[in-house]
Design a protein around this ligand. Structure first.
Ligand code: FES
Length: 363
């Protein structure tokens, strides 16, 4: 028997404020009614999933909250990506007073705050990668009076720096505990070191002169994957334990692995895997058909209402636990080893390779 699974928690809220932070980045503040404050409470560094039907299509994207949880303000910045359906809509069509669907904040890109901590934190961000980082900077510096933060922030030009004013305000507020270094790719400055992207050479200069690796508690990285993995490797080479380096990737089209690269796994796909999905305490059964490779796409096509956002293996909104059977993931930029060890997978990337699988979304 097929039972329809429960609806994901979705809240329709109004846009309380909307302004252009830079030429191509809009900042949205949501009008969250008092009674939803607890339900939608977030931790610094977490993201919101936004949903809108655009030209008849259910479009969802994740955006990091850029406020501190202590502000009681829910705000995201959306950079326009040429050709991007949601970011174009947000930057060009959305207006103050419009409604939009949001889902509960989620994500593991944070470390716990503690007023007793006297930690030194560092962060590397590129462009709109600043959004979760600025939330962390505000929260840690406010809640931990003895902690410090160093930000290394890459942009094209001075004008394209997102939250420049806010960062300068924080610099004044915490002038002994917060330091920022702006790196620009399309504007030449006198200090050569501050021109251009992060590379091996720059990282060596930074780790030798600006970052006391031994005395750094945690590092946060947010940007494109090449940047993140380069910085991570260099920090590890300089002596920073991998467990203290936390990152969140931008989702970009290249997060998809081509079917060619995944051909061997696709070959192993049985003709019709019998799938059981547990969600909201109920079961949903279907048989994976040809034409759908991933568990998520197969289930959505059968009418299941499962949580997802990026569909690129980045946000972990679609994660579930494999109870029985076997799947292979195309890419995984979201789950850590200890989660994989517990049989957690990203359903948007999971291709079934056994005749029968049971997965649980109630985790
Ligand atoms: S929907 Fe984002 S990781 Fe699957």
């Amino acid at each position: 028997m097929t039972i329809v699974i429960s609806m994901t928690d979705i809240y329709t809220v109004k846009i309380a404020d909307l302004y252009k932070e830079t030429k191509d980045t809009v900042v949205l503040t949501f009008d969250i009614p008092e009674e939803l404050h607890e339900t939608l409470r977030f931790i610094q560094g977490q993201h919101l999933i936004l949903r809108k039907t655009i030209d008849g299509e259910d479009v969802r994207r994740t955006y990091s909250l850029c406020t501190s949880p202590d502000d009681n303000i829910w705000k995201v910045a959306i950079k326009h990506i040429p050709g991007g359906v949601f970011s174009t809509y947000a930057n060009k069509s959305l207006k103050k007073g419009d409604t939009i669907d949001i889902m509960k904040p989620s994500g593991n890109f944070f470390v716990k705050t503690n007023p007793e901590h006297a930690n030194n934190y560092i962060a590397f961000a590129a462009g709109s990668g600043i959004t979760p980082i600025i939330s962390m900077i505000k929260t840690h510096l406010e809640r931990e009076p003895n902690s410090t933060f160093k930000l290394f922030y890459l942009n094209k030009t001075t004008k394209s720096i997102i939250f420049k004013e806010e960062i300068e305000r924080l610099k004044n507020l915490y002038f002994q505990r917060f330091h920022v270094f702006y790196f620009l790719t399309k504007e030449q400055r006198d200090i050569e070191f501050l021109n251009g992207r992060f590379d091996k050479e720059k990282m060596e200069i930074l780790t030798n002169n600006f970052i006391d690796i031994e005395d750094t508690a945690h590092c946060f990285l947010c940007g494109p994957k090449d940047m993140i993995f380069l910085i991570q490797d260099e920090l590890i080479a300089a002596g920073m334990p991998k467990k203290n380096i936390h990152y969140e990737l931008f989702f970009s089209g290249d997060a998809e692995v081509s079917d060619l690269q995944f051909a061997e796994t696709l070959d192993k796909m049985p003709d019709g895997t019998v799938v059981t999905i547990i969600d909201g305490g109920k079961e949903f059964h279907f048989t994976m058909d040809d034409g759908y490779q991933t568990l998520l796409d197969g289930a959505l096509a059968e009418g299941a209402d499962l949580p997802f956002a990026c569909k690129g293996g980045v946000c972990s909104t679609c994660r579930c636990k494999v109870i029985e059977g076997e799947v292979k993931m195309k890419v995984n930029y979201a789950l850590e080893q200890h989660e994989l060890d517990q049989n957690l997978v990203l359903s948007c990337q999971a291709v079934p390779i056994s005749d029968k699988i049971i997965v649980d979304f109630d985790i």
